[in-house]
Design a protein around this ligand. Sequence first.
Ligand SMILES: Cc1cc2nc3c(=O)[nH]c(=O)nc-3n(C[C@H](O)[C@H](O)[C@H](O)COP(=O)(O)OP(=O)(O)OC[C@H]3O[C@@H](n4cnc5c(N)ncnc54)[C@H](O)[C@@H]3O)c2cc1C
Length: 376
Amino acid sequence: MNHSYWDKALFPDCAQLVVVGGGIVGLSAAIHAKMANPSRSVVLLEKGLTPAGASSKNAGFACFGSLSEIIDDLEHSDEQQVVALIKKRWEGISYLLKLAGKENIAYEASGGFEVFTPDLCNLHAACVEHMDYINHILKPVFGEIVFSSDDRRLEYFGLKGFDHMISNRFEGQLNAAKMLQALIRTARQKGVYVVCGAEVSNWEELPAGIQVFLSSGQEIKCEQLLLATNGFTGNLIPGLDVRPTRAQVLITEPVEGLRLKGAFHMDRGYYYFRDVDGRVLLGGARNLAINEEFTTDTDTSSFIQNHLQLFLNQHILPDCDTHIDMRWTGLMGTGATKEPIVEKITNRLGVAVRLGGMGVAIGTIVGKEAAAMMER
Ligand SMILES: Cc1cc2nc3c(=O)[nH]c(=O)nc-3n(C[C@H](O)[C@H](O)[C@H](O)COP(=O)(O)OP(=O)(O)OC[C@H]3O[C@@H](n4cnc5c(N)ncnc54)[C@H](O)[C@@H]3O)c2cc1C
C-alpha cells in the first residue's frame, strides 16, 4: 500500500468498525454507531455503485402484514411472537420516518388494502372469521381497530375481478430511492466513510483486529466487522439460516387517469401493487415457483413476469393498453422464521441479516440494535 500523510486524514488506518452492506440495515447501523460515539471511525463498504440489494429494489410499502399473512403467521408462530413482530414493524416505520425525515422519503399515509379474487374465497372467509380476534390482539399496539371490510371501494380504485377488499388505514408507502439517499446523506453527515463499489471478498480475524479483503485487491484493517448483507450473506458466511430469495417486480409507463391509490396486497402478501408517480408497480407471484425463486440469480424469469403482466391486465388496469416500462428482481434474505438474525459470531464479528419481505419497516431498528450489539 502506498499511503501518504494526507491519506491518513482521508481514511482511517484501522477503522474501529467496518459495516459491510449499504442497504437500510447497514446504513442504519453505521449511523447509530456514530450517534453512540461520534469519535468512532466507521467505514461502510457497499459492493454496488449504489446499494445493490433489496433496499433499492423493493416496492416501498411501509407495511406490517396483511390480515391473511398474519393469520398464516399465527399458524407457524405463537400469538406473542406474531404481535411482537408486528409491533416492531410498526415502531420501525415510525423510527424510519424520524431518522430519514417523512418529507425526504416521500412518505404517504395512503392506507393498505388486501384484495381477494373469487378463487381466494376460503382465504377471505378465514379473514372475516379472524378479523375481530386479530383487531383485538393488535389493539395494544395501534390503540384502534386496524382491519375492516371495505368491498365498496373496490370499484373506486378501478379494480376488476376481485370479490372482496379489506382495508387498513395504518399502512403507507414511500420512495425507496429517496429513503436510501436520505440515509446515505445522514451517514455522511455523521462522519461515516460510505464507500461504494467496494465488494468484500473475505476477511481474516487476527489477534489485534480483522483484515478485510476487497475483490479489487485492496485491504482494510478494522477492530470490528458487521455484516449487513441480507440475502448475499451466504457468500461471506456459509451456514447461517439466510436463504437468498428472489422477488420480481414490474412497473408501467405513466397511466392517464390512474385511479389506484395505496398499498395493495393479495394472497398472504405474495402479491403487492401500488401507485407511484402515476404508474402501477406490481410485484410478487413468488409462490407460483417457490423453489425456483430461492436463488441468487438476478435475472427476471419470463414465467413470473408473464404472470404478473396478465394479472395487471386482468385486475389492475383492465381497460388500458398499458406498456411496461421496467422489470427487475431483488434479493431478499429469508429463513425458517421471520425474525432477523442480529448476533455476534465472534467478539469482533457480528451479523444483522435475514430481513425478509418487510425489511423497510424494521430495517432502521435492526440497524440500531446491531450498532448497540457491536458496542457491547
Ligand atoms: C422486490 C422486493 C420488494 C420488497 N418490498 C418491500 C416492501 O414493500 N416493504 C418492505 O418493508 N420490505 C420490502 N422488501 C424487503 C426489503 O426491501 C428488505 O427486507 C430490506 O431492504 C433489507 O435491507 P438490508 O439492508 O438488510 O438488505 P439489502 O438492502 O439487501 O442490503 C444488503 C447490501 O449488502 C451489499 N453487499 C452484499 N454483499 C456484499 C459484499 N460482499 N461486499 C459489499 N457489499 C455487499 C448489497 O449490495 C446490498 O446493498 C422487498 C424486497 C424485494 C426484493
